[in-house]
Ligand binder design. Structure first.
Ligand code: ADP
Ligand code: MG
Length: 460
């Protein structure tokens, strides 16, 4: 098999084992660039992809390659431009296109429409559109297991974690997947608040049997945000009976909450103990890598590719939850569309600065702090940065200072020039754009800038 055919075959195998969002994000524009004596070099478009493939997919890639070609014994990843001719011809049909297609479309297409029971699931929430990283991989795996055989292994499935980390998305993905496999399944998704309201309404209208019917005759009951049932004793009582009825007949129950069961102190003990019968798993705050991956996938789903420094900027500044991350991305893409601009860090800074103003404030950065931190990082004196020396060891840190003043403080070029020893504003422009470009392909520079940014974000 030629390298192209080989890689095409490998991608074909991998594609079915990972989610669409992950596949599109990590395997687009990759290719085998050489295969000599069993040493395979895979070309990848950027350092983030390289790191991720090495960390997360290396053993799969290697195993699949060896399976296809027994001579393969080592695999290496290299960042660089990949000649278009090398990219496997399945490429156009997979990444961007597949990621763009709304997940609902493909799943609906495979449904025999007449028999699908109505449900209130959001078709956007699928496993395919969920990006897996270390913060959520356990929850993801548990949800997939439940989707494959509901009502058996993990019952109930209890997911917990902070706001905006993907609980609702994952639970609904389970529901969507179960229906995709068997459209006759009845799924009821409800927040604990609407469960409460339905229960109160049923009592008032004396229609308790309709209520019981609705929640006890389902194949899968998904209760979101369980914490809101705290303190509501009558509703808890009702839920207890619903739970038992479903559990006894091997119907799947999926629960989410912001805390683990034992911390839901205002919930009856008998409920809490039932929650630990099955599987309890948490979703954590995503790390920087996962946040970046999610941004790439979300941008790709809209047919956009963001420059790495923009991804990096957004991922660093919207750290707490993914809803915030999505919001930042959406705003940026909208602003670019309106102004007919390509996404860039300056624009992202402007947008997020507006949001940051509404938040509790950290001490604002000053030019002095930026100079101080950069100088310390490179083991220089502040005087070196603002001075006239032209040694390379000083020029690059000086340019980084200007870059950070632009991107972290949104300073104008004349102000930057002034802050860095009264230089000409064209020098500032030149320096900023130099670092912007260099960051794209110089890993070590990018690492330095990231590290300094991280330090700056703790100022205050
Ligand atoms: P929660 O229910 O935990 O508050 P949501 O499920 O509502 O969070 O997630 C918030 C938003 O972030 C949703 O739009 C969801 O699609 C998105 N999201 C969360 N996690 C991921 C992920 N791992 N990959 C892709 N999108 C995600
Ligand atoms: Mg939710």
């Amino acid at each position: 098999m030629d390298p192209k055919g080989l890689w095409q075959a490998v991608l074909g195998e991998l594609e079915v084992t990972i989610s669409r969002a992950n596949f599109a994000t990590w395997f687009r524009n990759t290719a085998i660039i050489s295969n000599e004596d069993g040493h395979v070099v895979i070309g990848v478009p950027n350092i983030m992809v390289k790191n991720w493939l090495e960390k997360k997919f290396h053993s799969d890639i290697k195993a699949t390659l060896s399976k296809m070609n027994s001579a393969v014994h080592t695999v290496e990843y290299k960042v660089g431009n990949i000649p278009a001719a090398h990219i496997a011809s399945t490429a156009p049909s997979m990444p961007a296109k597949r990621a763009e297609a709304p997940a609902s479309k493909s799943s609906q297409a495979s449904l025999p429409i007449q028999s699908a029971a109505p449900n209130n699931l959001n078709p956007r929430y699928t496993f395919e559109s969920f990006v897996v990283g270390s913060s959520n991989e356990l929850a993801y795996a548990a949800c997939q297991a439940v989707a494959k055989s509901p009502g058996t292994k993990y019952n109930p499935l209890y997911l917990y974690g902070g706001v905006g980390l993907g609980k609702t998305h994952l639970m609904q993905a389970v529901g969507n997947e179960i229906i995709r496999r068997d459209p006759s399944k009845r799924i009821e998704y409800v927040t604990s608040e609407s469960f409460t309201n339905a229960f109160i309404g049923a009592i008032q209208k004396k229609k308790n049997s309709a209520f019981v019917d609705k929640f006890r005759n389902v194949d899968v009951l998904i209760i979101d945000d369980m914490q809101f049932l705290a303190g509501k004793e009558a509703t808890q009582d009702e839920f207890f009976h619903t739970f038992n009825a479903l559990h006894q007949s091997n119907k799947q129950i999926i629960i989410s909450s912001d805390k683990p069961p034992q911390l839901l102190v205002q919930l009856e003990e008998r409920l809490r103990s039932r929650f630990s019968w099955g599987m309890t798993t948490d979703i954590q705050t995503p790390d920087l890598e996962t946040r970046s991956a999610i941004l790439q996938a979300k941008a790709a789903a809209q047919g956009k590719i963001l420059p790495l420094d923009v991804i990096d900027y957004l991922a660093r500044h919207a750290q707490q939850n993914i809803r915030e991350l999505e919001g930042a991305l959406t705003q940026l893409l909208a602003a670019c569309e309106v102004r007919n601009l390509e996404p860039n860090v300056a624009l992202a800074t402007q947008l997020l600065a507006g949001q940051a103003a509404a938040r509790p404030k950290f001490k604002p950065l000053t030019p002095k702090v930026v100079i101080e931190r950069v100088a310390a990082y490179f083991d220089l004196q502040m005087a070196d940065i603002i001075g006239a020396k032209r040694d390379k060891e000083i020029v690059v840190p000086r340019q980084i200072v200007m870059y950070l003043m632009r991107h972290e403080m949104n300073l104008s070029f004349p102000k930057i020039a002034q802050a860095v020893g009264g230089r000409d504003h064209t020098t500032a422009m030149h320096s900023v754009s130099k670092i912007e470009k260099a960051i794209e392909d110089d890993d070590s520079l990018r690492g330095d800038v990231s590290a300094i940014r991280e330090q700056l974000s703790t100022v205050g």
